[in-house]
Design a protein around this ligand. Structure first.
Ligand code: F6P
Length: 307
């Protein structure tokens, strides 16, 4: 997000447009925490995770009167275009706001979950995946030495994108994700098979799916498999750290494109990637949850882990 904030600000200054940063997302809009930003405010932030502006899940923005207050605050600060960066909550808010008020908005998709409809990529996804595969690599040392089965839980907010991609790239034997019907009995057989031949295995579990990795372990424990199985919940390490090349590049592309779109008088759009190219869609498209295009990775995971 920081790389994207930098791209937005620097593009605006290049075109002699003033920029205000809103603190803590929609909360800052409601509370009028809106500050003018200068060139140096974004110096040296490109390489840091998170956002210098802060962020928050803002329940108040669900209320119409609060959105009106937010709009009044934007007017008060003479703001005539809004760029939002965030995930599904941000997009839902931006979409409804764009229908209610006459203010051009461009949404930039930023979430590690990669679950926004209308774009095949959201900022943060690649960095989170790199963190996951590096964590799984480290876990493999124990798994291989002790001949254990690891259930590694990853984030995803009801989307299996992180789990699916991480499973391919980390050489996992199986993946549990919301988009497919999980067959616990099938997994049990695979685990038994692995234990019988004294093999280590990685199973990636998307958070929330079948109750998460601990729930899957509980189920397997009932079949006397507890001894060889361990759980590792990766948690918030996935949401931070230095952004990858891919995230920095897309942050620059999205940020610049959003500003240029506003300058061209475009409004209520989201910028994203489709087939690797920049693409604008109506912002309301992001109200729907994104679907996973490459479910055939499931076959690949199995093909590459059969023994
Ligand atoms: O939506 C992004 C995300 O990282 C999800 O993958 C995860 O479920 C959630 O945020 C965690 O949110 P919080 O930090 O509020 O618990």
């Amino acid at each position: 997000m920081n790389a994207c904030i930098r791209a937005v600000l620097r593009t605006c200054l290049y075109h002699n447009i003033g920029v205000f940063g809103i603190l803590d997302g929609y909360n800052g809009l409601i509370k009028d925490q809106i500050q003018e930003m200068k060139y140096k405010d974004v110096s040296n932030i490109l390489q840091s995770g998170g956002t210098i502006l802060g962020t928050a899940r803002c329940k108040e923005f669900h209320e119409e009167k609060m959105r009106k207050l937010a709009f009044d605050n934007l007017n008060k600060n003479n703001i005539d275009g809004l760029i939002t960066i965030g995930g599904d909550g941000t997009f839902k808010g931006a979409s409804i706001f764009s229908k209610e008020f006459d203010l051009p908005i461009i949404g930039i998709p930023g979430t590690i979950d990669n679950d926004i409809n209308g774009t095949e990529y959201t900022l943060g996804f690649d960095t989170a995946l790199n963190t996951i595969i590096s964590a799984v690599d480290n876990i493999r040392d124990t798994a291989a030495s002790h001949h254990r089965i690891f259930l590694v839980e990853v984030m995803g907010n009801n989307s299996g994108q992180l789990a699916l991609h991480a499973a391919v790239a980390s050489g996992a034997r199986e993946v549990f994700m919301p988009e497919k019907n999980e067959d616990l009995a099938e997994i049990r057989e695979k685990v038994k098979q692995a234990i019988a031949v004294n093999r280590s295995s990685m199973i990636i579990v998307s958070e929330g799916e079948v109750g998460g990795a601990n729930k899957v372990k509980q189920y397997l424990d009932e079949y006397g498999l507890a001894d060889k199985i361990r759980v590792s919940v990766l948690g918030h390490i996935q949401r931070g750290g230095r952004p990858s090349f891919r995230d920095r590049l897309n942050a620059a592309l999205f940020g610049e494109a959003a500003v240029v779109a506003l300058m061209q008088g475009k409004s209520n759009l989201m910028v994203g990637l489709m087939d690797g190219k920049l693409k604008f869609n109506d912002i309301s498209m992001a109200e729907e949850k994104g679907t996973i295009e490459n479910m055939d990775y499931l076959k690949l995971i199995r093909k590459l882990s059969v023994y």
